[in-house]
Design a binder for this molecule. Structure first.
Ligand SMILES: CC(C)(COP(=O)(O)OP(=O)(O)OC[C@H]1O[C@@H](n2cnc3c(N)ncnc32)[C@H](O)[C@@H]1OP(=O)(O)O)[C@@H](O)C(=O)NCCC(=O)NCCS
Length: 164
């Protein structure tokens, strides 16, 4: 069957873009395990994913999770994009852009003023309107979350920020 795609995002007209449910946890974990093993993303526990499920947006294709990302607040005005991932076999088709657009729309709804991410792909975020910034401007992240990370003393991720 031929699938029609939204040219801007690569999302086919049979794909479903929605908030994650508990049924999606294995699909999210599979993506995360893949990219964590490659060192692209930090691993997360199943219970951490479940706790944050209502903040995840996913794209489901034929009932498989092909892309996802979450928007998690530090403060009412500052949120972070986390666990942004697209299935390896369909990277570069606009699905990452679609997830970021969904998360930014969610940020607008929540009246968040700043959205940040720590990433190894700043070039992608620049395309989404983010700028590279100094990590130190996010003490909420550094002292609330990063301090517990195994990379804390040796973090090579780049901080990016978009003001809404
Ligand atoms: C990063 C990621 C989410 C991007 O999603 P994607 O679907 O592959 O990207 P898109 O097709 O939506 O790309 C949108 C734009 O960003 C550009 N882009 C994509 N990946 C890029 C990268 N690694 N570096 C620079 N630019 C990139 C594309 O060329 C495209 O530009 P265009 O609009 O000018 O054509 C995806 O590649 C991925 O899952 N990577 C592995 C996990 C990861 O690193 N996640 C980020 C965690 S913060």
């Amino acid at each position: 069957m031929t699938q029609n795609h939204d040219n801007a995002t690569g999302v086919s007209n049979t794909d479903v873009v929605r908030t994650a449910t508990e049924d999606d946890v294995p699909g999210i974990q599979a993506l995360l395990n893949h990219y964590a093993a490659m060192g692209n993303l930090l691993p997360r526990t199943k219970s951490d994913i479940i706790k944050q499920l209502s903040h995840f947006r996913v794209i489901a294709r034929d009932s498989a999770i092909i892309a996802c990302g979450s928007l998690e607040n530090f403060t009412p005005e500052l949120a972070e994009i986390r666990s942004l991932m697209v299935n390896e076999t369909i990277k570069g088709a606009g699905l990452g852009r679609k997830i970021v657009a969904e998360l930014l729309a969610l940020a607008e709804q929540r009246e968040v003023k700043r959205v940040m991410a720590l990433t190894y792909v700043p070039g992608f975020f620049h395309k989404m309107g983010f700028e590279t910034v100094d990590k130190d401007i996010f003490p909420e992240k550094i002292w609330g979350i990063c301090v517990n990370c195994y990379k804390f003393n040796n973090c090579d991720e780049i901080a990016v920020l978009k003001k809404l």
